[in-house]
Design a binder for this molecule. Structure first.
Ligand code: GRF
Length: 189
């Protein structure tokens, strides 16, 4: 049995897919942490009955914001931190505190197109094969050790929206599975 926390800043479709996959397992999604008071993910947490914490970075140093976050992680005895569209970079302090226990999902085949425009940059590239990457988080931007990549071949006729949808389908299918596998592995707990 292990505990996880999800950090998200926006829509939260991955958060919801993860919550649904974990319901009925021995593992527990203890809370959602969000840095954006207007994010739709907060409504999803309410609907799913999952505790949510809002950490406002404005007027705070990143260090102070992260100290609060670490406090919450310790309070809830969190074993795995799952980033799902969390739009803040974690400092080396935070990453070292949870070394090899923070994972992220990125909507491109890393190392191609890191950063916030993964889908658009993939779409407007010449690449025929597009996809997703699930990886451990290190102190770089989308540079940590890769756990899983899944891809598809596009025809070239798809719209950006259609490509976005295909990417999200892969995310919602594989991110919850990878999380469950990590939680099931001894070593996480
Ligand atoms: C996903 O595309 C994920 O790969 C990226 O941020 C997006 C979050 O989407 N890191 P959602 O908020 O889970 O719907």
């Amino acid at each position: 049995m292990a505990n996880l926390a999800v950090f998200a800043s926006g829509n939260g479709s991955n958060f919801e897919a993860i919550a649904k996959e974990l319901a009925g397992t021995e593992h527990s999604l203890k809370f959602l942490l969000c840095n954006n008071k207007n994010a739709f993910v907060l409504k999803r947490a309410d609907r799913l009955g999952i505790i949510k914490y809002l950490i406002n970075y404005t007027g705070k140093s990143r260090h102070d914001a992260e100290e609060k976050m670490i406090e919450l992680l310790k309070l809830h005895r969190i074993d795995l931190v799952v980033l799902a569209g969390f739009m803040k970079i974690l400092t080396p302090l935070f990453v070292s505190e949870y070394s090899n226990k923070i994972i992220n999902i990125h909507p491109s085949l890393l190392p191609k197109y890191p950063g916030t425009k993964g889908i658009e940059e993939s779409y407007y590239s010449e690449d025929k094969e597009l996809g997703i990457t699930i990886h451990f988080v290190d102190t770089g931007v989308d540079t940590g050790k890769i756990i899983l990549q899944k891809s598809f071949v596009r025809s070239g006729k798809e719209t950006l929206k259609e490509i976005e949808e295909r990417i999200h389908i892969l995310e919602h299918l594989y991110y919850p599975q990878v999380i469950l596998e990590l939680l099931n592995k001894t070593g996480i707990k």
